[in-house]
Design a protein around this ligand. Sequence first.
Ligand code: PHB
Length: 387
Amino acid sequence: MQSLLKLAALAAACLTAIPATAQEPIKVGMVLEMSGPFADIGRQILNGARAYVKARGDTVAGRKVELIVRDSTGAAPDIAKRLSQELITNDNVDFLAGFGLTPNALAVAPLATEARKPMVIMNAATSIITTRSPYIARTSMTLPQVTAPLASWAFKNGIKSVYTLVSDYGPGIDAETTFKKTFTAAGGKIAGEVRVPLRNPEFAPFLQRIKDARPEAVFIFLPAGEQPVAFMKGFAERELDKAGIKLIATGDVTEDGMIDAMGDTPLGVVTTHHYSVAHDSPQNKAFLKAYADFVGTGRPNFMVVGGWDGMAAIYEVAKRLNGKIDGDKAMEVLKGLKLDSPRGPLTIDAETRDPIQTVYVRRVQKVNGKLYNVEFEQVQNVKDPGK
Ligand code: PHB
Protein backbone atom coordinates (compact mmCIF):
# COMPACT_ATOMS: atom_id res chain seq x y z
CA MET A 1 0.00 0.00 0.00
CA GLN A 2 2.77 2.34 1.04
CA SER A 3 4.67 1.81 -2.21
CA LEU A 4 1.49 2.21 -4.24
CA LEU A 5 0.90 5.61 -2.67
CA LYS A 6 4.49 6.59 -3.40
CA LEU A 7 4.02 5.54 -7.00
CA ALA A 8 0.86 7.63 -7.30
CA ALA A 9 2.64 10.64 -5.82
CA LEU A 10 5.52 10.16 -8.24
CA ALA A 11 3.12 9.93 -11.20
CA ALA A 12 1.38 13.13 -10.11
CA ALA A 13 4.73 14.90 -9.77
CA CYS A 14 5.73 13.80 -13.27
CA LEU A 15 2.48 15.11 -14.71
CA THR A 16 2.84 18.53 -13.15
CA ALA A 17 6.47 18.72 -14.27
CA ILE A 18 5.42 18.83 -17.95
CA PRO A 19 5.28 22.50 -18.96
CA ALA A 20 1.65 23.04 -19.94
CA THR A 21 2.29 25.69 -22.59
CA ALA A 22 4.63 23.48 -24.61
CA GLN A 23 1.98 20.78 -24.93
CA GLU A 24 -1.39 22.45 -25.05
CA PRO A 25 -2.82 23.93 -28.23
CA ILE A 26 -3.70 27.59 -28.55
CA LYS A 27 -7.45 27.40 -28.19
CA VAL A 28 -9.71 29.73 -30.14
CA GLY A 29 -13.31 29.55 -28.95
CA MET A 30 -15.52 30.51 -31.88
CA VAL A 31 -19.09 31.57 -31.17
CA LEU A 32 -20.92 31.54 -34.49
CA GLU A 33 -24.41 31.45 -36.00
CA MET A 34 -24.17 27.92 -37.40
CA SER A 35 -27.90 27.10 -37.63
CA GLY A 36 -31.18 28.97 -38.10
CA PRO A 37 -31.94 31.83 -40.49
CA PHE A 38 -28.46 33.38 -40.15
CA ALA A 39 -26.51 30.13 -40.60
CA ASP A 40 -24.86 31.47 -43.74
CA ILE A 41 -23.05 34.06 -41.63
CA GLY A 42 -21.51 31.47 -39.30
CA ARG A 43 -20.60 29.17 -42.18
CA GLN A 44 -18.81 31.93 -44.08
CA ILE A 45 -16.82 33.18 -41.08
CA LEU A 46 -15.78 29.65 -40.15
CA ASN A 47 -14.74 28.92 -43.73
CA GLY A 48 -12.48 31.96 -43.61
CA ALA A 49 -10.90 30.98 -40.29
CA ARG A 50 -10.40 27.35 -41.34
CA ALA A 51 -9.06 28.27 -44.78
CA TYR A 52 -6.46 30.46 -43.04
CA VAL A 53 -5.39 27.64 -40.71
CA LYS A 54 -5.12 25.27 -43.67
CA ALA A 55 -3.14 27.75 -45.78
CA ARG A 56 -0.72 28.84 -43.05
CA GLY A 57 -0.47 25.54 -41.19
CA ASP A 58 -2.04 24.58 -37.87
CA THR A 59 1.01 25.39 -35.77
CA VAL A 60 2.24 28.82 -34.74
CA ALA A 61 5.07 29.72 -32.35
CA GLY A 62 5.53 26.01 -31.65
CA ARG A 63 1.93 25.45 -30.58
CA LYS A 64 -0.93 23.80 -32.40
CA VAL A 65 -4.00 25.92 -33.05
CA GLU A 66 -7.37 24.47 -32.15
CA LEU A 67 -10.66 26.03 -33.21
CA ILE A 68 -13.51 25.14 -30.84
CA VAL A 69 -16.79 26.00 -32.56
CA ARG A 70 -20.06 26.66 -30.72
CA ASP A 71 -23.40 27.40 -32.36
CA SER A 72 -25.22 30.48 -31.07
CA THR A 73 -28.18 29.41 -33.33
CA GLY A 74 -28.90 32.97 -34.52
CA ALA A 75 -29.49 36.33 -32.85
CA ALA A 76 -29.50 34.73 -29.40
CA PRO A 77 -27.57 36.80 -26.85
CA ASP A 78 -28.33 34.49 -23.91
CA ILE A 79 -27.05 31.43 -25.76
CA ALA A 80 -23.95 33.28 -27.00
CA LYS A 81 -23.24 34.33 -23.42
CA ARG A 82 -23.65 30.83 -21.98
CA LEU A 83 -21.49 29.27 -24.69
CA SER A 84 -18.76 31.87 -24.19
CA GLN A 85 -18.82 31.35 -20.43
CA GLU A 86 -18.35 27.60 -21.00
CA LEU A 87 -15.53 28.22 -23.45
CA ILE A 88 -13.79 30.38 -20.84
CA THR A 89 -14.32 28.18 -17.78
CA ASN A 90 -14.46 24.63 -19.16
CA ASP A 91 -12.26 24.84 -22.26
CA ASN A 92 -9.92 27.53 -20.97
CA VAL A 93 -9.71 29.16 -24.39
CA ASP A 94 -6.99 31.70 -25.15
CA PHE A 95 -9.19 33.75 -27.47
CA LEU A 96 -12.90 34.29 -28.05
CA ALA A 97 -13.62 34.85 -31.73
CA GLY A 98 -16.29 34.83 -34.44
CA PHE A 99 -19.50 36.75 -33.64
CA GLY A 100 -21.49 37.32 -36.80
CA LEU A 101 -24.37 39.23 -35.24
CA THR A 102 -24.23 42.35 -33.08
CA PRO A 103 -26.55 41.19 -30.25
CA ASN A 104 -24.31 38.18 -29.62
CA ALA A 105 -21.12 40.24 -29.57
CA LEU A 106 -22.63 42.80 -27.19
CA ALA A 107 -23.81 40.09 -24.79
CA VAL A 108 -20.35 38.53 -24.54
CA ALA A 109 -18.33 41.75 -24.15
CA PRO A 110 -18.56 41.86 -20.31
CA LEU A 111 -17.30 38.26 -20.11
CA ALA A 112 -14.21 39.13 -22.16
CA THR A 113 -13.45 41.95 -19.71
CA GLU A 114 -14.03 39.82 -16.63
CA ALA A 115 -11.90 36.92 -17.91
CA ARG A 116 -9.32 39.18 -19.67
CA LYS A 117 -9.76 37.22 -22.88
CA PRO A 118 -9.03 38.85 -26.21
CA MET A 119 -12.24 38.79 -28.25
CA VAL A 120 -11.78 39.02 -32.01
CA ILE A 121 -14.93 40.22 -33.77
CA MET A 122 -14.90 38.76 -37.27
CA ASN A 123 -18.15 40.30 -38.51
CA ALA A 124 -20.54 42.07 -36.10
CA ALA A 125 -20.44 45.66 -37.28
CA THR A 126 -22.36 48.01 -34.99
CA SER A 127 -20.06 50.87 -34.11
CA ILE A 128 -20.50 50.67 -30.34
CA ILE A 129 -19.27 47.06 -29.92
CA THR A 130 -15.57 47.84 -29.41
CA THR A 131 -16.43 50.38 -26.70
CA ARG A 132 -18.02 47.63 -24.60
CA SER A 133 -14.75 45.93 -23.62
CA PRO A 134 -11.06 46.86 -23.82
CA TYR A 135 -10.46 43.21 -24.80
CA ILE A 136 -12.33 43.51 -28.11
CA ALA A 137 -10.62 43.99 -31.47
CA ARG A 138 -12.45 43.91 -34.80
CA THR A 139 -11.31 42.66 -38.21
CA SER A 140 -14.50 43.34 -40.19
CA MET A 141 -15.89 46.87 -40.56
CA THR A 142 -18.37 49.23 -38.99
CA LEU A 143 -21.60 50.29 -40.66
CA PRO A 144 -20.88 54.04 -40.28
CA GLN A 145 -17.45 53.43 -41.87
CA VAL A 146 -18.90 51.93 -45.06
CA THR A 147 -22.10 54.02 -45.18
CA ALA A 148 -20.70 57.57 -45.04
CA PRO A 149 -18.76 57.24 -48.34
CA LEU A 150 -21.94 56.02 -50.08
CA ALA A 151 -24.00 58.99 -48.92
CA SER A 152 -21.28 61.34 -50.21
CA TRP A 153 -21.02 59.48 -53.51
CA ALA A 154 -24.81 59.51 -54.01
CA PHE A 155 -25.16 63.28 -53.58
CA LYS A 156 -22.12 64.02 -55.76
CA ASN A 157 -23.60 61.85 -58.45
CA GLY A 158 -26.89 63.65 -58.75
CA ILE A 159 -29.13 61.76 -56.33
CA LYS A 160 -31.06 64.34 -54.32
CA SER A 161 -33.82 62.39 -52.54
CA VAL A 162 -33.47 59.03 -50.83
CA TYR A 163 -35.81 56.72 -48.93
CA THR A 164 -33.96 54.61 -46.33
CA LEU A 165 -34.87 51.04 -45.38
CA VAL A 166 -32.81 49.26 -42.72
CA SER A 167 -32.96 46.30 -40.41
CA ASP A 168 -34.24 47.41 -37.01
CA TYR A 169 -31.23 46.70 -34.81
CA GLY A 170 -27.70 48.04 -34.17
CA PRO A 171 -26.07 47.93 -37.61
CA GLY A 172 -29.25 49.05 -39.40
CA ILE A 173 -29.73 52.00 -37.06
CA ASP A 174 -26.04 52.91 -37.50
CA ALA A 175 -26.45 52.77 -41.28
CA GLU A 176 -29.64 54.85 -41.26
CA THR A 177 -28.22 57.49 -38.89
CA THR A 178 -24.96 57.82 -40.81
CA PHE A 179 -26.65 57.95 -44.21
CA LYS A 180 -29.10 60.64 -43.12
CA LYS A 181 -26.42 62.74 -41.44
CA THR A 182 -23.94 62.65 -44.32
CA PHE A 183 -26.53 62.95 -47.10
CA THR A 184 -28.48 65.86 -45.59
CA ALA A 185 -25.27 67.68 -44.63
CA ALA A 186 -24.34 67.55 -48.33
CA GLY A 187 -27.75 68.98 -49.29
CA GLY A 188 -29.78 65.82 -49.94
CA LYS A 189 -33.33 65.16 -48.79
CA ILE A 190 -34.69 62.10 -46.97
CA ALA A 191 -37.97 61.17 -48.67
CA GLY A 192 -38.93 58.68 -45.98
CA GLU A 193 -37.50 56.05 -43.72
CA VAL A 194 -38.50 52.63 -42.46
CA ARG A 195 -37.00 50.00 -40.17
CA VAL A 196 -37.89 46.35 -40.79
CA PRO A 197 -37.73 43.60 -38.15
CA LEU A 198 -34.51 41.60 -37.84
CA ARG A 199 -36.47 38.35 -37.81
CA ASN A 200 -38.56 37.34 -40.86
CA PRO A 201 -39.13 40.76 -42.40
CA GLU A 202 -41.94 41.03 -44.93
CA PHE A 203 -40.78 43.53 -47.56
CA ALA A 204 -43.82 43.86 -49.85
CA PRO A 205 -45.78 46.54 -47.91
CA PHE A 206 -42.64 48.65 -47.40
CA LEU A 207 -41.69 48.38 -51.06
CA GLN A 208 -45.12 49.64 -52.08
CA ARG A 209 -44.83 52.57 -49.67
CA ILE A 210 -41.43 53.45 -51.11
CA LYS A 211 -42.72 53.20 -54.67
CA ASP A 212 -45.59 55.55 -53.83
CA ALA A 213 -43.20 58.09 -52.27
CA ARG A 214 -41.25 58.30 -55.58
CA PRO A 215 -37.76 58.98 -54.22
CA GLU A 216 -34.84 59.11 -56.67
CA ALA A 217 -33.20 56.25 -54.81
CA VAL A 218 -33.67 53.86 -51.93
CA PHE A 219 -30.76 53.19 -49.57
CA ILE A 220 -30.82 49.87 -47.74
CA PHE A 221 -28.92 47.89 -45.13
CA LEU A 222 -29.96 44.30 -44.43
CA PRO A 223 -27.82 41.62 -42.79
CA ALA A 224 -26.02 39.60 -45.44
CA GLY A 225 -27.56 36.24 -46.32
CA GLU A 226 -31.14 35.40 -47.21
CA GLN A 227 -32.81 38.76 -46.55
CA PRO A 228 -31.16 40.71 -49.38
CA VAL A 229 -32.21 37.93 -51.80
CA ALA A 230 -35.85 38.28 -50.68
CA PHE A 231 -35.63 42.08 -50.92
CA MET A 232 -34.27 41.96 -54.48
CA LYS A 233 -37.08 39.63 -55.51
CA GLY A 234 -39.69 42.04 -54.11
CA PHE A 235 -37.94 45.06 -55.67
CA ALA A 236 -38.22 43.46 -59.11
CA GLU A 237 -41.76 42.11 -58.59
CA ARG A 238 -43.09 45.51 -57.51
CA GLU A 239 -41.19 47.08 -60.41
CA LEU A 240 -39.42 49.78 -58.42
CA ASP A 241 -36.61 49.64 -60.98
CA LYS A 242 -39.08 50.23 -63.81
CA ALA A 243 -40.51 53.19 -61.84
CA GLY A 244 -37.03 54.73 -62.11
CA ILE A 245 -36.07 54.26 -58.44
CA LYS A 246 -32.36 53.52 -58.05
CA LEU A 247 -31.09 51.13 -55.42
CA ILE A 248 -27.99 51.95 -53.37
CA ALA A 249 -26.80 49.89 -50.40
CA THR A 250 -23.95 48.78 -48.24
CA GLY A 251 -22.10 45.81 -49.74
CA ASP A 252 -23.86 43.45 -47.33
CA VAL A 253 -26.78 43.47 -49.76
CA THR A 254 -24.90 42.42 -52.92
CA GLU A 255 -22.29 40.25 -51.21
CA ASP A 256 -20.40 37.79 -53.34
CA GLY A 257 -21.76 34.64 -51.70
CA MET A 258 -25.44 35.33 -52.45
CA ILE A 259 -25.37 37.53 -55.53
CA ASP A 260 -25.76 34.50 -57.82
CA ALA A 261 -29.17 33.81 -56.24
CA MET A 262 -30.53 37.26 -57.19
CA GLY A 263 -31.02 36.91 -60.94
CA ASP A 264 -30.22 40.08 -62.88
CA THR A 265 -32.01 42.49 -60.52
CA PRO A 266 -28.81 43.79 -58.86
CA LEU A 267 -27.26 44.82 -62.19
CA GLY A 268 -26.14 48.46 -61.91
CA VAL A 269 -26.66 48.68 -58.12
CA VAL A 270 -24.00 50.85 -56.48
CA THR A 271 -22.71 49.82 -53.06
CA THR A 272 -19.84 50.69 -50.75
CA HIS A 273 -17.86 48.09 -48.83
CA HIS A 274 -14.40 46.93 -47.88
CA TYR A 275 -14.21 43.69 -49.87
CA SER A 276 -15.13 42.38 -53.30
CA VAL A 277 -14.09 39.07 -54.88
CA ALA A 278 -13.29 41.21 -57.93
CA HIS A 279 -10.63 43.19 -56.01
CA ASP A 280 -7.51 43.07 -58.15
CA SER A 281 -4.44 42.36 -56.03
CA PRO A 282 -1.92 39.54 -55.55
CA GLN A 283 -3.10 39.17 -51.93
CA ASN A 284 -6.69 38.63 -53.07
CA LYS A 285 -5.62 36.14 -55.75
CA ALA A 286 -3.71 34.13 -53.13
CA PHE A 287 -6.72 34.29 -50.80
CA LEU A 288 -9.14 33.12 -53.50
CA LYS A 289 -6.84 30.20 -54.29
CA ALA A 290 -6.56 29.24 -50.60
CA TYR A 291 -10.34 29.46 -50.28
CA ALA A 292 -10.89 27.30 -53.37
CA ASP A 293 -8.35 24.75 -52.09
CA PHE A 294 -10.21 24.57 -48.79
CA VAL A 295 -13.89 24.92 -49.71
CA GLY A 296 -13.90 23.75 -53.32
CA THR A 297 -17.04 25.52 -54.55
CA GLY A 298 -18.78 28.86 -54.34
CA ARG A 299 -17.41 32.35 -53.85
CA PRO A 300 -16.09 33.75 -50.58
CA ASN A 301 -17.66 36.96 -49.32
CA PHE A 302 -16.59 39.73 -46.93
CA MET A 303 -17.39 37.58 -43.90
CA VAL A 304 -14.95 34.91 -45.09
CA VAL A 305 -12.35 37.69 -45.24
CA GLY A 306 -13.30 38.80 -41.71
CA GLY A 307 -12.66 35.24 -40.46
CA TRP A 308 -9.42 34.93 -42.44
CA ASP A 309 -8.03 38.24 -41.17
CA GLY A 310 -9.22 37.47 -37.64
CA MET A 311 -7.10 34.33 -37.68
CA ALA A 312 -4.21 36.27 -39.23
CA ALA A 313 -4.41 38.63 -36.23
CA ILE A 314 -4.47 35.71 -33.77
CA TYR A 315 -1.42 34.10 -35.46
CA GLU A 316 0.44 37.41 -35.29
CA VAL A 317 -0.31 37.71 -31.57
CA ALA A 318 0.94 34.15 -31.00
CA LYS A 319 4.12 34.85 -32.95
CA ARG A 320 4.94 38.10 -31.18
CA LEU A 321 4.27 36.59 -27.75
CA ASN A 322 6.31 33.47 -28.59
CA GLY A 323 3.29 31.27 -27.99
CA LYS A 324 2.67 32.52 -24.44
CA ILE A 325 -0.77 34.02 -24.70
CA ASP A 326 -1.70 36.61 -22.11
CA GLY A 327 -4.86 38.68 -22.54
CA ASP A 328 -3.35 42.07 -21.77
CA LYS A 329 -0.20 41.49 -23.83
CA ALA A 330 -2.34 40.17 -26.70
CA MET A 331 -4.30 43.43 -26.73
CA GLU A 332 -1.07 45.43 -26.90
CA VAL A 333 -0.15 43.48 -30.05
CA LEU A 334 -3.61 43.88 -31.58
CA LYS A 335 -3.67 47.66 -31.05
CA GLY A 336 -2.15 49.18 -34.18
CA LEU A 337 -1.60 45.79 -35.86
CA LYS A 338 -1.23 46.02 -39.64
CA LEU A 339 -2.40 43.17 -41.85
CA ASP A 340 -1.85 42.60 -45.55
CA SER A 341 -5.49 41.66 -46.14
CA PRO A 342 -7.12 40.34 -49.35
CA ARG A 343 -9.29 43.50 -49.15
CA GLY A 344 -6.26 45.86 -49.18
CA PRO A 345 -4.30 47.36 -46.27
CA LEU A 346 -5.94 46.82 -42.88
CA THR A 347 -4.90 48.41 -39.58
CA ILE A 348 -6.52 47.76 -36.23
CA ASP A 349 -6.85 51.29 -34.85
CA ALA A 350 -4.65 51.54 -31.74
CA GLU A 351 -7.23 53.74 -30.03
CA THR A 352 -10.59 52.23 -30.97
CA ARG A 353 -9.53 48.65 -31.90
CA ASP A 354 -11.70 49.03 -35.02
CA PRO A 355 -10.45 48.48 -38.56
CA ILE A 356 -8.99 51.35 -40.57
CA GLN A 357 -9.27 50.42 -44.23
CA THR A 358 -10.10 51.39 -47.80
CA VAL A 359 -13.80 51.67 -48.61
CA TYR A 360 -14.58 50.97 -52.26
CA VAL A 361 -17.46 52.26 -54.35
CA ARG A 362 -18.60 49.39 -56.56
CA ARG A 363 -21.18 48.73 -59.27
CA VAL A 364 -22.76 45.35 -59.95
CA GLN A 365 -21.74 44.29 -63.44
CA LYS A 366 -21.59 41.13 -65.47
CA VAL A 367 -18.08 39.83 -66.06
CA ASN A 368 -17.79 36.66 -68.15
CA GLY A 369 -21.50 36.02 -67.62
CA LYS A 370 -21.44 36.35 -63.81
CA LEU A 371 -22.36 39.19 -61.48
CA TYR A 372 -19.54 40.96 -59.65
CA ASN A 373 -19.15 44.04 -57.46
CA VAL A 374 -16.72 45.95 -59.68
CA GLU A 375 -14.76 48.61 -57.79
CA PHE A 376 -14.55 52.00 -59.51
CA GLU A 377 -13.68 54.51 -56.76
CA GLN A 378 -12.05 54.25 -53.38
CA VAL A 379 -11.54 56.20 -50.19
CA GLN A 380 -8.40 55.19 -48.32
CA ASN A 381 -7.75 54.95 -44.59
CA VAL A 382 -11.38 55.25 -43.54
CA LYS A 383 -11.99 55.13 -39.79
CA ASP A 384 -15.26 54.62 -38.00
CA PRO A 385 -16.56 58.21 -38.25
CA GLY A 386 -18.50 58.09 -34.99
CA LYS A 387 -15.50 57.68 -32.71
C1 PHB B 1 -24.33 42.54 -37.43
O1 PHB B 1 -25.23 41.93 -36.81
O2 PHB B 1 -23.56 43.32 -36.86
C2 PHB B 1 -24.22 42.34 -38.90
C3 PHB B 1 -24.78 41.22 -39.51
C4 PHB B 1 -24.70 41.07 -40.89
C5 PHB B 1 -24.07 42.03 -41.65
C6 PHB B 1 -23.49 43.13 -41.05
C7 PHB B 1 -23.59 43.30 -39.68
O3 PHB B 1 -24.04 41.89 -42.99
